[in-house]
Design a protein around this ligand. Structure first.
Ligand code: NAD
Length: 270
């Protein structure tokens, strides 16, 4: 079979490219390699400028999801430029204000929690609602979550509960859209990656290297592996998946009792 994914010739909107390391960029590139047309939505004029050479020749829209009404403006601009209907949407956006450094979870400032929730979770609801009239009947919406909502990393802090809200919102959207469409909503639950978002997490490098030891293969994820899962979810090949999370973590979530890590923790001198 030559075109297994069958995304060729279809139009997808990808939100969240910041640079060449972004999950969104890996997904967009993979879509383009499969012959899809990709529309880009970036956060600001300055970001658009910094991406000028990377996104040369592609349609680039602006949407700062922190601003009320921004998703409606984006949807109107996409439709006015004649790009509808969209076969899929990628929401790969998150923000947390870690500028004051590490704080225990119970010390989370209200304004930081609400800002991060608006940008990182509620924006999926606003984006879906705004784009609803411009989606193909069987479109696919994919957002990027985390590989486990049960773990409680100190340095990830309040983003854990916000990612839980994102994942739950995706499921509720799958349900609410089902009343008059077959639009699907799914999450890629990604393990630790090397991107600008993760670089902002206090003490991330050590967590990242530790996570690598926990993978069954002793090698951390490649962002391409996360993008490949997203591509599958965007394609009709995943038509039976709706309201789910596809975990991409190279096994780390199941490997708490790895014998080498137990030895290092219990007998570091050996
Ligand atoms: P990234 O920094 O490349 O992407 C984050 C994007 O969010 C950026 O493009 C940024 O401009 C955008 N953004 C932030 N505030 C915005 C706003 N107000 N309006 C519009 N866009 C805004 O980092 P990434 O790792 O590619 O992050 C993409 C997604 O992947 C995020 O949801 C992140 O939580 C998730 N994720 C990342 C990892 C990791 O280890 N990097 C692991 C699991 C999940």
């Amino acid at each position: 079979m030559t075109d297994f994914l069958q995304v060729s010739g279809k139009t997808f909107l990808v939100m969240g490219v910041a640079n060449k390391k972004s999950v969104a960029w890996f997904i967009a590139k993979a879509l383009e390699e499969q012959g899809a047309k990709v529309l880009y939505s970036v956060r600001s004029e300055a970001r658009k400028k910094s991406l000028e050479s990377l996104l040369a020749g592609r349609p680039v829209f602006l949407c700062d999801v922190e601003q009320e009404g921004a998703c409606e403006k984006l949807a109107a601009a996409v439709a006015a430029a004649g790009h509808a209907p969209l076969q899929g949407v990628v929401h790969s956006v998150a923000f947390a204000n870690y500028s004051e450094g590490f704080k225990p979870f119970h010390g989370t400032p209200r304004r930081d929690f609400l800002q991060a929730t608006a940008i990182s979770a509620f924006s999926l609801v606003e984006l879906a609602n705004a784009l609803k009239p411009h989606l193909a009947r069987n479109a696919s919406v994919v957002t990027i979550g985390i590989s486990s909502l049960h773990v409680t990393p100190d340095n990830y802090g309040y983003m854990g509960p916000i990612k839980a809200a994102l994942e739950s919102s995706s499921r509720f959207l799958a349900k609410s859209f089902s009343s008059d469409s077959e639009v699907r909503f799914n999450v890629v639950g990604a393990g630790p990656l090397k991107t600008s978002a993760s670089a902002g997490i206090p003490g991330y490098i050590e967590s990242y290297l530790y996570a690598e030891k926990l993978t069954y293969r002793r090698r951390n994820l490649d962002t391409q592996e996360v993008a490949n899962a997203a591509l599958f979810l965007l394609s009709e090949r995943s038509s039976g998946l709706n309201g789910t999370t596809l975990t991409v973590d190279a096994g780390l979530g199941s490997n708490f009792f790895d014998k080498d890590i137990i030895r290092l923790a219990m007998r570091p001198e050996q």
